[in-house]
Design a protein around this ligand. Structure first.
Ligand code: PMV
Length: 323
């Protein structure tokens, strides 16, 4: 028996340490955030599967079949829909409605969170097992369509939640003693494609293999130190290491002047540390504070100046069913 309406949500993420080098097998630390993607699946009266995603395409509904053509942003979700509808026999047709409070193309894992919530909802809709490993594996395949050769960190953190250290596909939970409400996220508003940034670093690595390997090794040392300081609750050291990680990302050429301007502004505040998060080339900057009220004022200043900025909890719950 299939419920009339099934809803699952999944969190976005920030990469605290180790983006890019993680693609080459080095460790990275990610944390789930308080912004979430939501998927609602209902039984349709139509004969074909439909999907709407108002946060990407307001007012438009797309039909999904092997032959249907959908916008690039929905390709990976079409893949999940076809994959899961192929292996079911109950004859029910899903109507899928996606929504999200995670800004797209901002380095906050919006595509992965949507893929995770969609996968979980459809598995439930078709009466399949929806253990976390299955959800994560399917969402990872979908992420490959969106991002080329992603490490898998985005789908993993969105599925499992909390904090993780991720290395060569192995996920180890990380227990942080850092207070959870002190992270400010500033979305530069400059969209970028993770895939292109990964390719850019790959090209740099082809041209300057030794230099790039040295940068990756330094990022690895920082990430492993950060793990220790997160576990012991030494927020000041975590902040210092964020600054160091940011400089190394700039050396990988994934910084841009506008991100540097945001960083310069943050440096005039009492931030403990700041860095770009995710692929770079635009996207978001994160900043760590030890005073909640002060961090709230920093967010207000950014918002007054026309930015989307968030004060969010980190180490949030992974994919979950919604009432
Ligand atoms: O910008 P995002 O959230 O897509 O993060 C990408 C992180 C990379 O390390 C650059 C790629 C990856 O798959 O890990």
């Amino acid at each position: 028996m299939v419920a009339d309406s099934i809803k699952f949500s999944a969190p976005g993420k920030v990469i605290l340490f180790g983006e890019h080098s993680v693609v080459y097998g080095h460790p990275a630390i990610a944390a789930a955030i308080g912004l979430r993607a939501l998927c609602e699946v209902t039984r349709s009266n139509e004969e074909t599967i439909t999907i709407s995603a108002p946060m990407l395409f307001s007012d438009q509904t797309f039909t999904i079949s092997e032959k249907s053509i959908v916008p690039t942003e929905l390709e990976s979700f079409k893949h999940i829909l076809l994959l899961l509808s192929r292996s079911h026999e109950n004859g029910f047709i899903p109507k899928v409605e996606l929504s999200s409070s995670i800004p797209p193309s901002a380095g906050l894992g919006s595509s992965a969170a949507t893929a995770v919530s969609l996968t979980a909802s459809l598995l439930e809709f078709y009466g399949h097992d929806h253990d976390l490993e299955t959800i994560n594996d399917i969402a990872f395949e979908s992420e490959k369509i969106t991002h080329g050769s992603p490490s898998g960190i985005d789908n993993s953190i969105s599925t499992y939640g909390g904090g993780i250290i991720y290395e060569k596909g192995v996920i180890t939970p990380l227990t942080s003693k850092i207070p959870s409400s002190t992270l400010v996220i500033i979305d530069s508003g400059i969209p970028r494609q993770t895939k292109k940034l990964i390719e850019k670093v790959q090209k740099k690595k082809d041209v300057e293999p030794k230099n790039v390997q040295t940068i990756f090794n330094k990022i690895e040392d920082i990430t492993l130190d950060a793990k220790k300081y997160l576990e012991s609750g030494n927020i000041r050291q975590v902040g210092n290491l964020m600054n160091e990680n940011h400089e190394l990302l700039e050396k990988l050429d994934v910084g841009i002047p506008f991100i540097s301007n945001i960083v310069d502004f943050i440096d005039k505040t009492d931030a403990l540390g700041r860095k770009l998060t995710g692929a770079g080339g635009g996207g978001s900057v994160i900043a760590l504070y030890d005073d909640y009220e002060y961090a709230k004022d920093v967010v207000s200043d950014f918002v007054i100046n026309g930015f989307d900025a968030y004060l969010t909890n980190i180490f949030e719950t992974g994919v979950k069913i919604e009432e």
